[in-house]
Design a protein around this ligand. Structure first.
Ligand code: DP6
Length: 329
């Protein structure tokens, strides 16, 4: 097989119906399906080359060499790729994010999606979209959703083979915008991987998981029909349900800060009192993703900036799939 140097880009995504808790923590088989939108403008750019002269895999993120747990997680994916391609060379992985790592936008989704695309191609493999999504999933569950473009559903599946994501609508289907209200640039104390593993300790997780097919159906339909009211209610409910599970896990995880609640309450007021199409969703951190329509994005961004506890606002539109941008062969 021919190996080469391949560069790929991938976008992070924001989940409307959240992934929280695994049936299998090693394979990252989720307890429930999830739906997200890729975030255009924000991206990870990764170059992978397998080199016979390298004694170990090398990882450089934003110009700095990374070792330890970060490198191990990348080598785990490279090992899967080497197994599939039947090669033994170690790889150099050079990766850059165009968004600040302290901005509370998870980089693991775009990072593992870009790694799966660049790494598999550099190893001489030609994987299908579902195969790439499954490979990215092994590195970070949400990365499975950064492989296809636009609005994406990760079907729960029953095994490694059928737990992958696919596009339910292209990026230009619905002009949604994510205005990310940054209320804290500090790193979260408990990462998602640890959070997933304790999700079953919450007595609320079983109910959240059992109700997931209903929420997925409502969200999918709202996206396909561009029904913002239905979309807003289900997105806020799903985020609140996930945080209820987090707060009632052992140990308890409280990601919201007072400023997060300020934003969530304001958004709800704008929608109910002034019919501004905006709703909130919060991941495993304090920052609040405010989803709105492109036509209202300016007013929403302006209002968010007026809230005292909001430090900054990032604006992202629906983004495309993970793609190869350079292949040295
Ligand atoms: C709250 O995909 O970051 O953002 O598989 O351990 O890398 P790992 O977890 P990750 O979990 C994402 C959790 C979430 C919800 C979501 O994106 O669906």
């Amino acid at each position: 097989m021919n190996t080469s140097s391949v560069t790929a880009i991938a976008h992070p995504n924001i989940a409307f119906i959240k992934y929280w808790g695994n049936r299998d923590n090693i394979l990252r088989l989720p307890m429930n399906g999830s739906i997200s939108m890729n975030l255009d403008g924000l991206c990870t750019r990764t170059t992978v080359s397998f080199q016979p002269s390298l004694p170990f895999d090398e990882l450089i993120i934003n110009g700095r060499e990374v070792t330890g747990a970060g490198l191990d997680r990348v080598s785990y994916i490279l090992d899967i790729i080497r197994g599939m391609a039947n090669i033994h060379d170690r790889a150099e992985v050079i990766t850059e994010n165009n968004f600040p790592s302290g901005a509370g936008i998870a980089s693991s989704a775009s990072a593992f999606a870009a790694l799966a695309v660049a790494g598999s191609k550099a190893a001489g493999l030609n994987l299908s979209e579902p195969e790439l999504s499954r490979l990215a999933r092994r590195g970070s569950g949400s990365a499975s959703r950064s492989i296809p473009g636009g609005f994406v559903e990760w079907q729960v599946g029953t095994t490694d083979e059928d737990s992958f994501a696919f596009s339910i609508a292209p990026a230009d289907h619905w002009k949604l915008v994510d205005c990310v209200a940054i209320v804290s640039a500090s790193h979260k104390k408990t990462g998602s991987t640890e959070g997933h593993s304790i999700a079953p300790t919450s007595p609320l997780q079983a109910a959240r998981v059992a109700d997931a097919p209903r929420r997925l159906e409502i969200c999918r339909k709202a996206i396909l029909e561009k029904d913002f009211d239905a979309f807003a209610s289900i997105v806020e409910l799903d985020s609140d349900m996930m945080h209820s599970v987090m707060m009632t896990s052992t140990p308890a995880l409280h990601y919201w800060k007072p400023a997060s609640l300020d934003v969530m309450n304001s958004v709800r007021m704008w929608r109910t009192n002034e019919s501004i199409p905006a709703c909130y969703t919060v991941d495993a951190g304090a920052n609040v993703h405010v989803i709105t329509l492109e036509s209202e994005a300016h007013i929403v961004e302006k209002r968010l900036r007026e809230i005292k506890s909001v430090e900054d606002v990032l604006v992202a539109h629906a983004g495309g799939p993970a793609t190869i941008v350079k292949n040295s062969d």
